[in-house]
Design a protein around this ligand. Structure first.
Ligand SMILES: [Zn+2]
Length: 374
């Protein structure tokens, strides 16, 4: 995901009438030797004899950073995505070293969003000879304006954490939502320091449709299947292991939509369903072992495209579409009525952007990569 989307969405919440003005925070004395929260910590899960996923403990807690997949070849490792900060990358390096003594030979980026690649600087320091592979589009975005948003990461996170702290103390907010805001606020100082001075490391090797790594006993296929979460998504297919790594084409339990192309995303998800996978590693969140969640996502996208498309066809402007379209039944398939924090994330990470992009698509307008809120 692109964090500024969340920031801009939160900023719009701040100006809503009825939101209480910031209060003076009561002074508290910090515990003498409190351990600072390591918000970039990872843990490793083994999928097959040759494949591991390095994940965040809870994907719905900030910072919202992507999964990393490690694939063991005969003499080296292939890694898919690198975490979203140097600190995350360092945590990933530690996890990789604990599971294999082989060097990382190839790092693949699934897309340009910083939460999947800003940790690469730590992997490059650890394995200077590794090749970095992405689609041409992803390299283009990582060397151009769409990547600019990461420069204000630390500031955005600082502002969001301050807002989160106020929300966590607002008694008019539901208990579940307040708990989510409190967890966000607790990670604030760690995120602010971790996102200062991000280093972008673009791929040196690019491809347009397919890039294959052959090994004596393994085959790694890096594929572009069409525009979906961004206009340059790479997926990784391991036919021998029956593992499909999707990047943010699939995100669980709440999809991300900031730079998506809703129509082609549906086509790509149909192709995803066609792979004979035993494990689907999403861009964020829990590994899937069947097609149920992909079906849920596909149905949601089709329904939203249909409803938004109809309103756009009647000439409605985007703001009016947002006010008019009723997507409660779609939301219910992802988050329940009691899950206040889930609803905040669903609105900010998915709904805001998918409605905008479905509306643009219906009007034949371009979907610009790297645009805040879109
Ligand atoms: Zn992501």
């Amino acid at each position: 995901m692109k964090h500024l989307v969340f920031a801009s969405a939160l900023a719009s919440v701040v100006v809503l009438p009825g939101v209480p003005a910031p209060r003076e925070e009561p002074r508290t004395v910090a515990p003498a030797k409190a351990e600072p929260l390591d918000c970039f910590a990872r843990r490793t899960r083994k999928l097959t004899d040759r494949v591991w996923v390095i994940e965040r403990p809870n994907p719905t807690d900030a910072p919202f950073e992507g999964n990393t997949t490690v694939i063991e070849l005969d003499r080296s490792l292939v890694v898919v995505d690198a975490g979203g900060s140097r600190a995350a990358g360092e945590s990933i390096v530690r996890e990789i070293r604990a599971l294999s003594r082989k060097p990382v030979g190839t790092l693949v980026y699934t897309h340009y969003h910083g939460d999947h690649n800003l940790g690469a600087v730590a992997l490059r320091d650890a394995w200077p000879d590794m090749a970095i592979v992405s689609t041409e589009r992803t390299r283009e975005h990582m060397t151009g304006a769409p990547m600019d948003y990461v420069r204000s990461y630390a500031k955005s996170y600082g502002e969001m954490a301050a807002f989160a702290l106020r929300q966590s103390r607002d008694e008019s907010v539901s208990a579940s939502e307040r708990a989510g805001w409190a967890r966000f606020a607790a990670a604030g100082p760690c995120m602010e320091s971790g996102y200062t001075d991000p280093v972008v490391v673009p791929a040196q090797v690019t491809f347009s449709e397919r890039y294959t790594i052959h090994d004596a006993s393994m085959q790694v296929e890096v594929l572009f299947l069409g525009r979906a979460n961004t206009d340059g998504d790479a997926l990784v297919w391991l036919p021998g292991q029956r593992v499909l790594v999707t990047g943010d084409v699939v995100v669980h339990p709440i999809p991300y939509a900031s730079a998506c192309h809703p129509g082609e995303w549906c086509t790509v998800l149909e192709r995803v369903k066609g792979f004979d996978f035993a494990f689907l590693v999403p861009g964020h969140g829990a590994v899937q072992t069947d097609r149920a969640y992909v079906d849920t996502l596909l149905e949601a996208l089709r329904e939203i495209r249909g409803r938004v498309g109809e309103l756009a066809g009647r000439g409605m402007e985007l703001d009016e579409v947002r006010r008019t379209v009723d997507l409660k039944s779609v939301r219910a398939r992802f988050v329940g009525d009691e899950d206040g924090w889930g609803r905040v994330l669903f609105a900010n990470l998915f709904l805001e952007a998918i409605v905008a992009n479905a509306w643009r698509e219906a009007r034949g307008e371009p979907i610009v990569q790297g645009r805040e809120g879109g």
